[in-house]
Design a protein around this ligand. Sequence first.
Ligand code: DMJ
Length: 628
Amino acid sequence: MAPMRRWRSLFLVVAVWLVGLWYFFGERSALTANRPKPPPPTQPLTNDKPEAINSDNPTSTLTVHWSKRPDRYPVSSLVSLPTNKPKAKIPSIQSPPPKEDASSRQVREARLAAVKDSFVHSWNGYKKYAWLHDEVKPLTGQSHDPFGGWAATLVDALDSLWIMGLKDEFRKAVAACEQIDFTTTETASVNVFETTIRYLGGFLAAYELSEKQYPTLLKKAVEVGELLMCAFDTPNRMPIARWSWKEYTEGVGQTAPQQVLVSEIGSLSLEFTKLSQLTGDMKYYDAVQRVSDAFEKSQDTTRLPGMWPVVVNALKPAFDSDNFFTLGGMSDSLYEYFPKQYLLLGGALEQPRLLYEGFVDVAKRNLFRRTLNPENIPLLMSGDVRVFGTDEDTEIQFNARGQHLTCFTGGMLGIAGRIFSRPADLKVAEQLTNGCVWAYNSTASGIAPEIYHLAPCGGVDDSQTGDKCAYSDAKWREAVRESWKPPKEPSTPEDEPQKALDAQEVDLLIRQRRVSPGFVDVPDRRYILRPEAIESVFIMYRITGDPGWMEKAWQMFSVVEKASRTAIAAAALEDVTKEHPEQVDSMESFWLAETLKYFYLVFASWDTVDLDKWVLNTEAHPLRRPDM
Ligand code: DMJ
């Protein structure tokens, strides 16, 4: 072929090739530019597309949404709410309203206004800096999302807004709840207990207090309830306390955990029962009643019969492996919910009363102790026990560890003392509550620490105590001396006798620990805006009508308000054994849901959240009791 013709042929081949390329790629991309975009990555994923889940890749823009699967372990028949008539009317909790003259009314109303002002200040800080997030950070104004990022503070505070008469704010807050999307969260697992008490309890209380005028609130409660119900879809219907919602959505099999904190499965009853009462759908009540039945069956088979240990096996279920018993953190609301569930069911079910009566005497005998105090006030504290050995040879070791969390016990014994006609327990309730008030009054800041050790000096029954509780410095120092354990060297033989401290060393220890008379040690010096002490003070006030409780509440409020207020909201405190504790950049949602609500209720009119009409869940959300 001549060279000229060869060049022409080559040119033709290249031209055809280029036209082809343009046709296939140029035209196609021009077409797709006008096509509708693929669905955004926030479309719900169906269960057959698990490969799209990309939770480990922080840069992923995919948002995974939970969707309900058919129950894999359906129940054969649902347990229904009891409909029988209670045997007798439940005795009233509240005393008649105390008499009040004009000047005491003025004082009370000024205090009420101060509490409301504190609430509004923190609420505004949350609104301005962390709206729709779980929490506001009160020093930096950042936001924090430890509870699923579903606006925990907003939902937790709804009923406080209503109770405090902030109706406009309430309406706006309810409208904002529409935006909360409970089908997705950044967190890997849902904390079933916290979601129940803060969100479900928050919606239900706001719905009932506002006289069912805001259907959104019940709708959101049902959304949360549906989500939580998935955690009960296990072979034995015991719930998964930390529920992996993505695995569920992917269809991964679920079983109840072998190790779970007892309060996390044992205190869901009020909220689920109320959801059944309001919707008429028995599946919620069924879910929690099965758990209560498991507690009933095991009550006398644990290592401290009558009570349940902190850690239980929900898979079996079994309640006898752990030997640690307390009414404090990790157990607390399990016990709190027995009398409250009895109230919510209008006394129609005996089981919660029997569960309460089965444990309370065990706690009085083994956990409640009088404590030494320089003022010689009759005080009680609730400590912890460990049980060693077997049936024939059991040793119960008591530890006089006080916790802020345990301060709810005074209120619990007070309410139960009234409704179950146990008048002697009212004195125990008063002394437990005074134990917590004393812990407030005995620190440099005037606020009780998170955890502290005291010097026990006898049991609940005064007649056994004699003068063992008469205070002397020597007795207190002896308790401090006994509490000291030498640091353990690996080479120290187990049975080597402990060296006792001499008087100077005890002095040094007291200085090092910075403990005031009556305290033996303070291993956790924080105050994280917790409510339990004011909760019991409020209940004791409503039970007795004694205005002395109001004075105690005002003293507590004044110090907490002064130490915690920040430019933005209110802050947790680092060390309440200092006169001026440093503030910490944290404000849990219970500050607005519980602590300030209880302070407010102390100074509000006697019928605001009347305890003979309402029962408060463990996050202080009032649920309507049935009319008797
Ligand atoms: C609250 O979330 C509830 O009161 C719970 O029962 C215990 N912990 C906090 C408050 O301290």
